[in-house]
Ligand binder design. Sequence first.
Ligand SMILES: Nc1ncnc2c1ncn2[C@@H]1O[C@H](COP(=O)(O)OP(=O)(O)O)[C@@H](O)[C@H]1O
Ligand SMILES: [Mg+2]
Length: 723
Amino acid sequence: MVKCVKCGAEIVSGSKFCPECGEPVSRVEPPTTELRKTEDRFESAINSTGRYKVRKLIGRGGMGLVYLAYDKELGIEVAIKTLPPELSGDARSLEQLRQEAKLSMQLTHQGIVRLYDLKEARDLRLLVMEYIPGFNLSDYLFLRGKLSEDEAWEILTAVASALDYAHSQKVIHRDIKPSNILFKTTRSIEEVAEYYQREKKFPSDVEFKVADFGIARTVSDSVSRLSNMPVSGTLTYMSSEQIRGKRQTSATDVYSLAVVAYELLCGHPPFYQGEITYQIINEPPDLIPDIKPEYMQALLIALSKDPEQRPKSCMEFIELPKKLSADKSKWALIPQAPPEPARAEPYPAQMLSQPEPAPAPSSETAKKKSSARILVISIGILLLLGILGAGGYFALKYTKGTRAFILGKTEEAPKSRVQLLWSAGKNDPYSSHKARVSALCISPDGGIVASGSDDKSIKLWSAQKGKLIKTLEGHSSALSALRFSPKGSILASGSKDGKMILWSTRSWDLLNSIDTGIGELNSIAFSPDGAFVASASSTSIKIWDVQTGKLYKKMGGLLGTSARVLAWSPAGKTLASGGLGYKLKLWDIETGKDISTIKGPEGSQVYCLAFSPGGSLLASGGSDRDVRIWNVSEAKLVQSLSGHDKAVSAVVFGPDGKVIISASADESIKIWRISGGVLLESIKAHPVSSLCLRGELLASGGCPSGEGTSCKTGELRLYKINW
Ligand SMILES: Nc1ncnc2c1ncn2[C@@H]1O[C@H](COP(=O)(O)OP(=O)(O)O)[C@@H](O)[C@H]1O
Ligand SMILES: [Mg+2]
């Protein structure tokens, strides 16, 4: 069993993130053999240079891996990025790369990550760069949800000045996006975010640096050419001229910078769902509610489809809101640029030297048509892969079969990431529950699924085979909650009559039976260290000492409070509760007092609650049919996910905290990407009352399909999710 380096929790093999603290497992567990082989190969290629010694893997992009390495000759740390091995065999790609690297190496600016060298190591090409300790803007935005105009502009001003400098040196970036904007700092990402919220400015020791000048897009262009794909890499930040393969200028960077600005202020980029390429070329962006109008106007101008209508430099874009607010008379003149006509472009005067991609070599109409179809399909696939990929990338396969692999999939529906492993219900009348499955949990080692039912019993199933191992009897009313302790040694079960039982998972003996007081017991949550367990009922929220079974604390003072659902924060200091209609409260465990209250939609009920693995977000679902994501520190709504036709009964965060799974009585389980609120997948399931996620295993419990919530056999399913 592997242990998490950060919190010590045990991690089920195959998990990508620690179930307790969300730490990526790649840092503690060797990745799958195939990946491991690639990494070994890359690492040993870098070490074979004699000059560079790999310290650790620090990043994965769509085109390669980024390592922290030690430069023995200069005695400094450097970042080394591996380029796709395919390029090494292609003279044209290598020549373009060399040209681009030569230009980029000449850039010296405090806002630009220095490129030191383009190296050959065995069959690999390496980019040796300045190492930037810290994190990237994509991670920062994810943590914050959205930024204020001032916060966004502080970052963007630094980026704009770096870009204008590069443009003056005839270098266009062509791949401006949040993950290429780095925060150079020794502080943690949370510390920087907190500092900004407190001081309304970034710490003076944080520097913003732009990475991957020119080269990133040169590499992805070569990859598209070699694999006959129309475009590779992230589409979201591309301008219409880039998508259409037209000549690119500094105005291309102005556009991408505006996309980043839009995303920072809105939480998602202007075009990110559906037919992205069509929208980039033809459609105006949606207006962002709640931002100052002069910022929205500036964004609209910089996002013009016609490069000539955009601000002439990045700094001009940055200064535009101030100018616009000073002179409101100009506003009426602001054009919403019409779609670019499909004619030869009048190239703007400030055009810089960028080689135009070679035109598709095809003359016959039939051939044209079919290649156009492949193009459309391929773009579709890329979009799909782009949307599905966590970073918006399609991961380049380092195999010869890349093209066949991608094109071969074109006519098929996208493959589901969810696979049903087994189910227990109507098909298994002897062992399954005699009523709705109302509570569920999976043991931390992923070996056991425990289900609790309105039939008053608890059943333990082998996760691997779906076989019933044992039935636990001890409750005299319907089960309402089940939780394994973080280390897995205890199972806590709660029933409507207020009884909570702690079971030993070694012997399945009853360790303790606790009367939690009057009122229906609704929910149970363990503290992350496993020392305490909290119970929520219609009259109280109480915390119990697991060892002694004694009451440790009651939330809300003498009068107490009621709650339907509970979640314990991953850091252990706060408890979140939901009840009384749609009122969410955060409680300080230490004092027993409430820290903040969040009100959901009027007249609705909250049914489920979950903390993100990092603890910065809280998700809730209820009778209003939406999944709501809240920023915990500001008690603010970050995202509403609409799509369920009936009340949302269960929500769980994906292991990386970027994805959320929701279930409902509408018989569907939905997987969403939080950023941008994109529905990734909807699975036809059954009326679900409860969900539990452990690494790749997702259990759902409720009633069989077609039956409401008062069923005569409970339904339990175990799915595997390929994150
Ligand atoms: N010079 C660098 N110093 C430190 N970290 C870097 C550097 N370059 C890239 N990274 C990190 O590695 C990650 C992967 O980089 P990359 O391969 O360029 O992909 P992408 O930019 O699409 O994320 C980046 O997101 C960034 O956080
Ligand atoms: Mg990059």
